[in-house]
Design a protein around this ligand. Structure first.
Ligand code: 5GP
Ligand code: ZN
Length: 114
């Protein structure tokens, strides 16, 4: 998608330091962190919302979580826990319409979420 910020980050058109990358996934620091650690994990493939995920993308969706956990385990600040969040559409708080997993931690998270 030509006007998608996360596609531009994934292709390198918007220069961003990657915390993790492979052929399917990239991860980078959130520009407006909501916790001491706030990392965004995205598929390189443009998928607008969770509702657009197809059954053949189950492996990709699972890989996002696997990578989120792998990254989390590298941060000492996250050894006592962290949160993985997927926001879907307006009422879910989604602002960027390219699916992404938030990895948040380094502070005690609230429940219920806002
Ligand atoms: P959403 O609200 O869609 O679930 O989350 C989008 C996240 O992307 C927000 O936390 C926002 O701060 C982050 N974000 C938006 N634009 C950029 C950007 O250009 N670079 C980075 N690193 N993060 C961004
Ligand atoms: Zn995109």
């Amino acid at each position: 998608m030509s006007d998608c910020i996360f596609c531009k980050i994934a292709t390198g058109e918007i220069k961003t330091e990657f915390i993790y990358e492979d052929k399917d996934i990239v991860a980078f620091k959130d520009i407006n962190p909501q916790a001491p650690v706030h990392i965004i994990i995205i598929p390189r493939k443009h998928i607008p919302t969770l509702n657009d995920l197809q059954p053949q993308e189950n492996e990709l969706a699972g890989k996002m979580i696997t990578i989120g956990i792998k990254i989390a385990k590298k941060y000492k600040e996250l050894e006592n826990g962290y949160r993985l969040v997927l926001n879907c559409k307006k009422n879910g708080g989604q602002e960027i319409f390219h699916i992404h997993l938030h990895l948040l931690g380094g502070r005690r998270m609230q429940w219920p979420p806002g």
